[in-house]
Design a protein around this ligand. Structure first.
Ligand code: ADP
Ligand code: MG
Length: 493
C-alpha cells in the first residue's frame, strides 16, 4: 500500500496519461588523501598549474604506478559506509582513449572486478517519505588533467595537477523516481562521505560530480531507453536538468518519436539538455588489465579493522538523537544532515532541555546562518554562549521572547547573555505583587475592554499583551495570565 502511494506522488502527467521517470546516477567522488592514487604528488587544490605533477602523472616513458594504500582504505571505508560488499579481489584496468589532458593515453580504472560491490543507501525526504537506493558498485580510478582554453588566443594549455588524483565512481541502480529523490540521494551520499572523511563533497570545486541517467516509462512497464546527462556539479541544476529531460522524453514519445541512448549536456543558461557527441564517435575503450599492476588482494582482517574504526554515520546518529534526546524524525534529520551541526547541537544540549536546544539551534541560529550565508563552523555564537542563553530561559531569568532580543544583541556585540541581561535589566518579573499592580492599572484604564471580555473571553489575550507591553516584555507570561484570570474572574481555557 505504502509503495503504491509513494509511486503515485512521483508520477508525471502527459497528454496521453501518466509517466514515471527512472533515474540512476554515476557519482565521481574525489578521495581525500595527501598523495595521488599511483604517485606521491600532492592532491592539494588550487596550486599553480603543473605544480603537483610527478613523472608518473605526466606519463613519462618507463614510469611505473605504485598503489597508494590510503586511497584503498578510503574506498573500503566508503564501501562500508554504503553498507556494501567489499571485494577482497579486485583488478585495475586500462581504459583507453585519446584526450590532450590524458598523457598516458589511458585511464587506470576498475572494470570487471571493482573493489566494492552491491550496497544500499537509505534516504529520508523532508515530508517523511523514506526510500532505499541500491548501489551497484564502487570502483577506483584516476582523474584526468585539465585543458585551459582561455589563457592564450592561439594555444591550449594543459594543467596536470589533477592528473592521477584518486576518484571513487559510485554507481547507483536505477532506483530513483523523481528529481527530488535524485537530489536527496546525492545530498545523503555527500553527507555519508563527509562523515567518513573520504571525500570533502565540495561540488563547486568539482570534488563531487554526477552523471545522471534518465529514462521514462508507463507505470508498470519495462524500463525505457536512457539518456545520460554528463558532469553535473550542482544540486539545483540536477533538479532542473531531470525535470527538463523527463518532459522532453515524454513529449517526444507522445508525439510518436523514439529516444536514442546518448550522452547529453545540460545548459544552465537555457535550462535545456542537448546531445554531446554523436554515435559515430562512440568510444571503444578496449579495457584490459593493467600489466603494471598486480590484482589487489585484501584480507578480511584488514576490512574488519577498518569497519571497527568507522565513525557514527548519519542514520545511526539520527536514530540515536530520536532515542536519546526525544527529537522528532524531522528535527533529528535536519541536524544530522551536517556532522558539524549535529556536533554543535550535542554540545548545546549537554545537560540541558533537548527540546529547547533543538529549537534554538535549528530555528534561531540556522535562521541567522542562512541569512548571513555562514556555515555552522563559522557560527558567530559559540555553543557555550547559546547554552548559557538557554540556561537563562530554563531557570526563568528571562522569557523566551526576551531571549530572542538577547540573542540579537549577542550577535551584534558578541557579549555574554548573562551580562546583557544584567546590564540592560532584562530579568523576568516574577514578583507577583509587582505584576498585580500593573494588572490593576491595565484593568482600570480599559473599562470598555473589560465589558467586552464578559461576552468574548478570548479577548483576555489583549490584556496579556497590554501587561507585557507595560513591563517591556519582562513579566512572566504565565504569572500574568494567572493573575489576570483571577482578577477578571475568567476560568482556565
Ligand atoms: P553502462 O555499463 O552502459 O554504463 P550501467 O548498467 O552501468 O550502464 O548503468 C549506468 C547507470 O545508468 C547506472 O547508474 C544505472 O542505474 C543507470 N541506468 C541503467 N538503466 C537505466 C534506465 N533505463 N533509466 C535510467 N537509468 C538507468
Ligand atoms: Mg557505466
Amino acid at each position: 500500500m505504502a509503495t503504491a502511494t509513494v509511486a503515485k506522488k512521483h508520477l508525471i502527467a502527459g497528454a496521453t496519461g501518466e509517466w514515471e521517470v527512472v533515474i540512476g546516477m554515476e557519482v565521481h567522488a574525489q578521495v581525500i588523501s595527501k598523495a595521488k592514487l599511483f604517485s606521491g604528488a600532492s592532491t592539494e587544490f588550487g596550486g599553480e598549474p603543473n605544480a603537483h605533477v610527478s613523472l608518473v602523472d605526466a606519463a613519462m616513458p618507463g614510469m611505473l604506478p605504485v598503489i597508494n594504500a590510503e586511497c584503498i582504505r578510503q574506498a573500503i571505508r566508503t564501501g562500508l559506509g554504503l553498507n556494501a560488499k567489499i571485494n577482497l579481489y579486485s583488478v585495475f584496468d586500462r581504459k583507453n582513449y585519446f584526450y590532450p589532458d590524458l598523457p598516458q593515453g589511458y585511464q587506470i580504472s576498475q572494470y570487471k572486478y571493482p573493489i566494492v560491490g552491491e550496497g544500499v543507501v537509505r534516504v529520508d525526504l523532508k515530508d517523511g517519505e523514506s526510500f532505499e537506493v541500491g548501489i551497484e558498485r564502487l570502483h577506483l580510478e584516476q582523474d584526468a588533467g585539465k585543458s585551459l582554453h582561455d589563457q592564450d588566443p592561439n594555444y591550449t594549455f594543459v594543467d596536470l595537477n589533477r592528473s592521477g588524483v584518486a576518484l571513487m565512481e559510485i554507481v547507483s541502480k536505477p532506483d530513483l523516481r523523481s528529481a527530488e529523490q535524485a537530489t536527496a540521494y546525492l545530498s545523503k551520499l555527500r553527507s555519508i562521505l563527509r562523515y567518513l572523511g573520504t571525500c570533502d563533497g565540495n561540488m563547486e570545486q568539482g570534488s563531487l560530480r554526477a552523471d545522471v541517467n534518465v529514462s521514462v516509462r508507463r507505470p508498470g512497464e519495462p524500463f525505457g531507453t536512457r539518456r545520460e546527462i554528463k558532469n553535473m556539479n550542482s544540486l539545483r541544476f540536477i533538479r532542473q536538468a531531470i525535470e527538463y529531460e523527463a518532459r522532453y522524453q515524454i513529449d517526444t514519445l507522445e508525439d510518436g518519436g523514439t529516444i536514442e541512448q546518448e550522452t547529453i549536456l545540460f545548459d544552465p543558461q537555457t535550462g535545456k539538455t542537448h546531445p554531446m557527441r554523436s554515435k559515430e564517435e562512440a568510444h571503444d575503450y578496449r579495457y584490459f588489465p593493467d600489466p603494471d599492476l598486480l590484482p589487489l588482494r585484501l584480507s578480511q582482517a584488514e576490512v574488519e579493522a577498518l569497519k571497527a574504526d568507522l565513525p557514527e554515520l548519519p542514520d545511526e546518529k539520527k536514530d540515536r538523537f530520536m532515542r536519546e534526546y526525544g527529537l522528532s524524525a524531522y528535527d533529528a534529520g535536519v541536524l544530522v544532515a551536517s556532522k558539524a551541526a549535529a556536533d554543535y547541537f550535542e554540545e548545546v544540549a549537554q545537560g540541558r532541555d533537548a527540546k529547547l536546544a533543538v529549537n534554538w539551534v535549528t530555528g534561531e541560529l540556522f535562521g541567522v546562518l542562512n541569512k548571513q550565508g555562514l556555515s555552522i563552523t563559522d557560527s558567530p555564537v559559540s555553543t557555550s554562549a547559546l547554552g548559557a542563553l538557554i540556561d537563562l530561559i530554563a531557570n526563568k531569568t528571562i522569557s523566551n521572547r526576551i531571549a530572542k532580543e538577547v540573542f540579537e544583541i549577542m550577535l551584534e556585540t558578541g557579549q555574554d547573555p548573562a551580562q546583557i541581561v544584567k546590564e540592560r535589566g532584562l530579568e523576568q518579573v516574577t514578583d507577583t505583587a509587582a505584576i498585580e499592580a500593573i494588572v490593576d492599572q491595565v484593568i482600570a484604564a480599559n473599562p470598555k475592554q473589560v465589558e467586552q471580555l464578559k461576552t468574548k473571553p478570548k479577548t483576555i489575550g489583549w490584556f496579556v499583551g497590554q501587561v507585557m507591553k507595560a513591563t517591556q516584555g519582562k513579566a512572566n507570561p504565565q504569572a500574568v495570565n494567572e493573575i489576570l484570570r483571577a482578577k477578571l474572574q475568567i476560568g482556565e481555557e
